[in-house]
Design a protein around this ligand. Structure first.
Ligand SMILES: [Zn+2]
Length: 290
């Protein structure tokens, strides 16, 4: 259910970045106004798995075309989503999210562009957040474009599928559960809900592979990058163009780019500083020292 889990042809390729420490990042960012671009690595310490991390299991994520074109696929999708949604709904922001809140309060951070759909930046208290890939708590009808809350849909799915959640049990993430196959087998009779207004097809208001980020949202994100002096990338391998383009743009404008991520990223060649590390302690450190 996470848009960062997307197929790609990009293969990691190591790029030598000369500056690699928090000291370097502090030296580069000191006195500058920053826009942050965040990805799954910011939320891993909240218990949301990063499918792109170096330790993540291989996985073949879905595309928009699969979702709209295949009823069986959709059935399995909604069954998994009905479980996964409950998990995301129970997660809480971590110290990395809170560090970014403090930077915004001190007017060092102009705002956040996030590739995450978990709303944890908003939950932490960040005010200027662009949810680039949408948000997990909303569902849109592909026919009439009405938007409903995921919580409301949960009630309808529970009514259509009595006993389903109980039968699945307490699985934090159905796709990476040790007995995932067995669990997913039980989704064969899951009944998705149609739009209650027009009978159309419902889809989480999340941008999937094969879909474009709405133009207005992209323009707001570019404006946020333009409003700052530097770009701080936290917890993203920048595998998809939807995020990478902001890194390129900042670099093209001559703005320093600081990347904090565990493992190689597709944006390393644009990085002024690249810190290969988990995100939370570095964000805390930066917030103390900037
Ligand atoms: Zn509808």
């Amino acid at each position: 259910m996470f848009p960062q889990a997307r197929p790609t042809t990009w293969q990691p390729e190591a790029v030598e970045v000369a500056r690699t420490t928090v000291d370097d990042a502090v030296a580069v960012l000191s006195g500058l106004r920053i826009t942050a671009l965040t990805g799954a690595g910011v939320s891993t310490d909240s218990g949301i798995p990063d499918y792109r991390g170096p330790d993540s299991p291989p996985r073949s994520p879905m595309t928009y075309q699969q979702f709209v074109g295949d009823e069986e696929f959709r059935r399995h999708y909604w069954a998994r989503n009905h479980v996964g949604w409950q998990h995301v709904n129970r997660t809480a922001p971590n110290a990395g999210h809170r560090a970014l809140v403090r930077l915004e309060e001190r007017d060092i951070l102009a705002g956040i562009i996030t590739q995450n759909v978990d709303l944890l930046h908003e939950d932490a208290g960040s005010r200027n957040v662009i949810d680039l890939h949408g948000r997990y708590d909303r569902v849109i009808c592909l026919s009439c474009a009405r938007v409903i809350s995921r919580a409301h849909l949960a009630e309808r799915l529970d009514a259509l599928n009595p006993g389903f959640l109980e039968s699945v049990g307490d699985v934090a993430d159905i796709e990476i559960a040790p007995d995932a196959d067995a669990v997913i087998e039980s989704t064969a009779h899951f009944r998705p809900a149609p739009c209650e207004f027009c009978g159309g097809m419902l889809k989480p208001e999340i941008v999937y592979f094969g879909e474009n980020v709405p133009r207005e949202r992209v323009e707001r994100a570019f404006a946020l990058v333009d409003s700052a002096d530097a770009l701080l990338v936290a917890g993203s391998s920048l595998t998809v163009m939807s995020g990478l383009r902001f890194v390129r743009h900042a670099a093209d404008e001559g703005k320093p780019v600081v990347i904090v991520n565990r493992g190689i990223t597709r944006g390393d060649k644009y990085a002024t500083v690249k810190i290969d590390s988990g995100v939370t302690p570095v964000l805390e450190d930066l917030t103390r020292r900037l």
